[in-house]
Design a protein around this ligand. Structure first.
Ligand code: FAD
Length: 408
């Protein structure tokens, strides 16, 4: 599932092995690093660089170092003639072709930041779910924390189920409901990257809290059907999976995007997928370079799901990742009350506000219903101090697909 055939240039001999590709590059600057350029750069417009397949990665890195942006990659064919550079005689060096302005039929190329990744949806429907196998099921709440939250991994190698970070899958619990009908599916945010926890594209993981509440009339303890089924699932047991679904919480392809993540409890699931993709995995076609910030609300320190890994990212990538906890039963807000996520948002309103002015910044919220109102509570007063109507501001972010909410 490492999808981009062009970018996946591992050096293996493939059908592309002997071929040449043309990079269209914008924004190259001659005074970055000490790279001596061996192709001419024009002040405006693009340059076209021809690259042999086996040098594609190296050339991509070099272009990035020089501040360039690849706006398209095409296999070299008869429609893309090249002019060799006059200054070059190194065999490994890229050649340059000027855009073919003399061709009146050639359409003006639209700049694009990155090829759009196709979003898979509903590969498996409830009538014909994929039957996966549980390969891992371990607790995430440390001693002293509240409730049961499990990390589950399912083997999906036998079918065609694939997904992107930020999507959800459906789980159909076995058995029937009170009306004798088969249980309906429940949605769960995917907690792994598209490559799965084992990096072999053969698994999907979830982060599931067992629903437990007191019945309002009888006061009996009630356990949720599907969450209990999952939290108690034995390794080796079958699990009926549908989906994937969801386009609301996708991670932008843009490596320079800034990602602000607000999570409560199991709302961490999609952000685990984001952060693992950004910081733990290595990809040829995605190297995160923006700023990411996770504000994570939990009741106790023991409820900080994936705590060690989050703190490892913070230690290893202090320039690219910021981690803020709101631990409601242990920390106090400025008024002496419990510290909820909206109090952290209010404390950091100016910084958040400034980040959101950047068109590359996306804000994500995932977790408990009501979070959106809490975030508004935290940011709205600051927006109003700037003379900005909060609802207009959010409308603008939604229109630009920079405001992403998934609450349940
Ligand atoms: P059910 O047996 O279906 O019981 C739920 C019902 O219990 C409710 O409809 C309500 O009628 C009743 N109920 C619940 N609480 C109370 C209460 N306090 N008082 C009275 N009645 C009550 N969950 C996760 O754990 N992790 C995730 O990553 C996750 N992602 C989700 C993503 C999406 C897009 C959505 C929509 C939901 C997500 N959920 C997630 C929630 C999940 O889908 C289920 O709703 C949850 O696990 C409960 O299902 P259940 O079958 O255990 O409960």
């Amino acid at each position: 599932m490492y999808s981009s055939a062009l970018a996946a240039t591992s050096g293996k001999t493939t059908a592309y092995g002997s071929r040449l590709f043309v990079y269209e590059v914008e924004g190259l600057s001659q005074n970055t690093d000490n790279d001596s350029l061996d192709y001419p750069i024009r002040r405006s417009g693009s340059v076209f660089i021809t690259v042999p397949y086996e040098r594609m990665n190296q050339e991509m890195r070099r272009i990035t170092r020089m501040g360039g942006r690849i706006v398209s990659i095409k296999p070299l064919d008869a429609e893309t003639p090249l002019k060799p550079t006059s200054t070059s005689n190194r065999s490994s060096k890229a050649e340059v072709a000027q855009p073919q302005q003399s061709n009146p039929t050639e359409k003006k190329r639209k700049p694009m930041t990155q090829a759009k990744t196709k979003v898979p949806v509903n590969i498996y429907k409830p009538k014909n779910p994929y039957i996966g196998k549980c390969v891992e099921n371990y607790p995430l709440v440390a001693e002293g924390g509240s409730g049961i939250v499990q990390h589950l991994t399912f083997d999906i190698s036998g079918g065609d189920l694939h997904y992107l970070e930020g999507q959800s899958i459906g789980i159909i619990p076995p058995g029937t409901d009170d009306n004798g009908k088969p249980h309906k599916l429940r949605l769960y945010s995917i907690a792994s990257t598209r490559h799965g926890d084992k990096l072999d594209d053969k698994t999907v993981s979830l982060c599931v809290r067992q629903l437990e509440y007191q019945h309002p009339e009888t006061n009996e303890t009630v356990y949720g059907v599907c969450s209990t089924h999952l939290c108690n699932l034995e390794v080796g047991a079958d699990v009926a999976i549908t989906g994937p679904v969801g386009k609301e919480m996708l991670l932008p392809d843009d490596e320079d995007a800034n990602i602000v993540m607000l999570a409560t409890g199991t709302g961490i699931a999609p952000f685990r997928a984001f952060l693992w993709r950004m910081f733990f995995e290595k990809h040829e076609d995605y190297k995160f370079k923006g700023k990411s910030w996770l504000i994570f609300g939990v009741p106790y320190t023991a409820n900080i799901l994936y705590k060690d890994k989050l703190e490892e990212i913070q230690t290893n990538y202090p320039d690219n990742f910021e981690l803020t906890y709101a631990i409601s039963r242990e920390q106090k807000n400025s008024e002496g009350g419990r510290m909820y996520i909206q109090h952290r948002v209010a404390e950091q309103a100016e910084k958040l506000w400034n980040m959101l002015q950047d068109p590359k910044t996306h804000l994500y919220m995932c977790g408990l219903k009501g979070m959106e109102a809490g975030i508004e509570e935290g940011l709205k007063p600051f927006a109003e101090k700037q003379g900005v109507e909060w609802s207009d501001f959010v409308k603008g972010l939604k229109k630009e697909h920079r405001w992403h909410v998934e609450v349940y």
